[in-house]
Design a protein around this ligand. Sequence first.
Ligand SMILES: [Zn+2]
Length: 253
Amino acid sequence: MPEGDTIHRAARKIHTALAGRELQVADAPNPRSPIHNRSGELAGATLERAEARGKHLLLHFSGDRVIHSHLGMNGRWFVRADGRLPHGKPWLVLASGRAVASQSGGKILRLVSASRARNDPLLLQLGPDPLRPEFDPEAAAARVLTYAPSATIGEALNDQSLIAGIGNVIRIEALFLPGVSPWRRVGDLSEEEARKIVEAASWVMETSMKRGSRPKQIYGRSRAPCPRCGGRIRVHGQGDENRVTFWCEGCQR
Ligand SMILES: [Zn+2]
């Protein structure tokens, strides 16, 4: 499932493939695409910059136009340098020469003005993103400690307004690494624990960017023993969205 690292990786690939180039193809062939009738507005535009903010992707084009995308649970970006188009009818295809970027599925796909993107309430409410250069881990740890004290830390990390880009795998691993239970209340966390959780989330995301896959120790491994203490990995739904949560009762307190 796409998390912040997935989106930063897509932004990097799209930027490398298409930035500074005039679009020769801007098409939204799938009738389900939210911009099915509007992709022509991008014809001849030049991609100036691709950036990720948490799980949101922004493509900034010449002429004050911005593509704002969020993949949700099932969307996907394909980026290729060999001119090959993906199968089926994508929601958006952008191409120049042999470089092709396309999105299929997703939760958000909009074509908006730069000022509308700047003032988008969804983007304005995002918390700091560990993969952005301005990220300040100490400020993020302080932010964790000011979150609703009665919320569990497992639920709090799902909230994109706390820290942006953390999805289910990253939050599970970021709590396993420092040995904090997802069921602990935010109000019971120490400063050190908050700092370690933020550091662990950043480490998982940065490592994923370097390796191309997330380092996973317990996510999806409820049948295997805990890699640290050999105990049982528990699994249970958590929060309003009942997100599947893995933890070790032996080493996460
Ligand atoms: Zn354990």
